[in-house]
Write a new protein. Structure first.
Length: 282
């Protein structure tokens, strides 16, 4: 076989591999965009800004007054009734102002299903934000662990690493966790790196002495400085996603839940403010 023929065959093979790789990349990007749009549409369909409507006897007089959110209310109102008609696994909505974090939160019987399924149970590379299967449904335990993928397109929990930047923390010191029963301000007090098999993923159902040491240690290891003092009498949340400095690295963000005056049961009409350890998922 002539050398020129061999070169041509190698060139064709290389072209085929290149075209296959490009096609595969386009498919992946398309799936990512579909998943991203699903959550954008969910936020548009099931949430709306929370405002306080002025009151008075003359509707025409106060209808023109500016409306603003009360400081003790969450920035958004969530239509949980509609969400739970789609999927009864939905128990909360997590939201951080001026960030991509704006997602429904689900709970399942394991830590695998929602790695590859969206909040509406459709197949999705982005999965969903979900609580550890060992947690009670809702936020009843001393600590609730929430998992989300580290998506390369910047969605889900990829941005948890941003809290290593003190300026970013100063601009985003809280998130909001809204439930059908109660709205909570999530006061953030620690971000740090850990292993997927570390004691960070231990489950605590009551504020025991071990739990007190657990939250104190998390505070000590924080990558940002915060005035928040972890209170063991409050419910705590750990947000977890993959990181890649070492094998099985995870970035975790700790916060405590402060009940706010805005109950999530407010009508969705714009008129009111508003077990055993499994492998830790990405």
């Amino acid at each position: 076989m002539k050398l020129s023929h061999i070169v041509k065959m190698l060139a064709v093979a290389a072209l085929v591999v290149c075209l296959f790789s490009i096609g595969n990349l386009l498919v992946i990007r398309s799936r990512y965009r579909t998943a991203e749009k699903l959550y954008e549409d969910a936020a548009e369909s099931y949430t709306q800004p929370a405002v306080e409507t002025p009151t008075g006897s003359d509707e025409d007089a106060y209808a023109e007054q500016p409306v603003q959110r009360r400081e003790d209310c969450a920035p958004i109102v969530v239509d949980f009734a509609a969400l739970q008609e789609i999927n009864s696994d939905v128990f909360a909505w997590i939201y951080c102002e001026d960030s991509v974090i704006n997602y429904p939160v689900v709970h399942s019987f394991d830590n695998d299903y929602y790695l590859e399924h969206a909040f509406n149970k459709e197949d999705s590379p982005s999965g969903a934000i979900f609580s550890d299967y060992r947690n009670s449904f809702g936020v009843q335990d001393a600590n609730t662990i929430l998992y989300g993928h580290h998506m390369q397109n910047g969605t889900m929990f990829m941005t948890l690493k941003y809290w290593y930047d003190q300026d970013y923390y100063d601009a985003h010191p809280v998130m909001w966790l809204l439930t059908p029963e109660q709205d909570y301000k999530l006061e953030l007090y620690s971000v740090h790196s850990t292993s997927a098999v570390s004691s960070i993923y231990n489950m605590y159902y009551e504020p025991t002495e071990k739990f007190i040491r657990y939250i104190e240690k998390a505070k000590e290891e924080s990558g940002f400085v915060s005035d928040v003092i972890p209170d063991p009498q409050l419910h705590h949340v750990v947000l977890s996603t993959c990181a890649y400095s070492f094998i099985n690295e995870r970035t975790v963000l700790h916060g405590q839940l402060l009940p706010m005056n805005s109950a999530a049961g407010i009508p969705f009409d714009g008129s009111a403010p508003q077990g055993e350890l499994q492998d830790i998922p990405s």
